[in-house]
Design a protein around this ligand. Sequence first.
Ligand code: NAP
Length: 323
Amino acid sequence: MAAKIIDGKAIAAEVREELARELQELRAAGADPGIATLMVGDDFGAGMYRGAVEKFCVEMGLGYRNEQLPADTDEATVVAAVRSLNDDPSVAGILPLRPFPAQVSDSAVINSIDVGKDVDCFHPFNMGRLTLNEPTFPPATPAACIELLERHIKAEGKDVTDALEGAEVCVVGHSNIVGKPLALLLLNRNATTTVSHVFTSNRGNLAKHTSVADILIVAAGVPNLIGPDLVKEGAVVLDVGINRVVVCPVCGTLNRSKKNPCRACGSDLAEAQQKTVGDVDFDAVAAKASAITPVPGGVGAVTNMMLARNTLRAARQRLGEPQ
Ligand code: NAP
């Protein structure tokens, strides 16, 4: 079977058009929603993400501001900065960019965010609502998986509820930001949801769970973790992983760093090419699955659109409009 490619870029473009119309309506109603990022110190990854959020806000026509604090800022000052974002009417959504320096606890910052501006569902209140299947801001990456899955099901001419109710779904990874909330979103759609993680792999049980899944969603951060032997014939496979790897020019093995010799053949990697891959061995699994997301251009392409959707929802809530 040659899998259909679920095109995240095309789906993101569709969502963007829908959101652009919503944004116009909100503006007409007097709202001018924006996102604020909060960064403490200059972590490289957080800085990259900050830049991406700013770029995407500009492209979408959303307001943007960054609250940038020095790395030695004490916790009380960071919490005060969050409270000032809570009080700023131009900020509809607040995104704390982690990691924070050691003196600032994640929970102190997250618990101080106004739950009505917590657009990536960090606050325990919103995670609780997600657990109870009550209206909330579903976190962006898990929401992107659901968006891709549901649009794929519709494009196949099937009913989304029927397709998901009782379906065997396996999520690989149980992080607080991806695997766990994704499993909740799937349970809330009555899928038979199994969650596997590193301890499942350590016991040699990963294939037992992944290979019976009609829908397999992988968020482990391990390149090529999922090969065709772990996938059911005809499964729908969503790959959340984003891994920067070094490709050995001699044997093609994926390595983590250029600094060490290739882990398979010992070749020098100093001049080797780098590329971004997911957690799924794309070509081999595409030969067995019925549909698959690429990396890049799959889940990651849709994630920011989900953040924008939550931000517009937050702005509507502030106007007192129905959600
Ligand atoms: P994380 O916090 O490191 O969690 C990874 C999860 O995978 C953990 O639950 C871990 O289990 C599990 N895992 C690790 N090795 C495994 C193995 N060999 N077998 C089975 N499970 C294994 O990472 P994350 O933040 O959830 O992100 C996961 C991946 O998605 C990363 O590649 C990240 O870059 C990517 N990501 C993409 C987007 C997007 O928009 N596309 C957004 C966020 C993250 P334990 O906890 O038991 O160790």
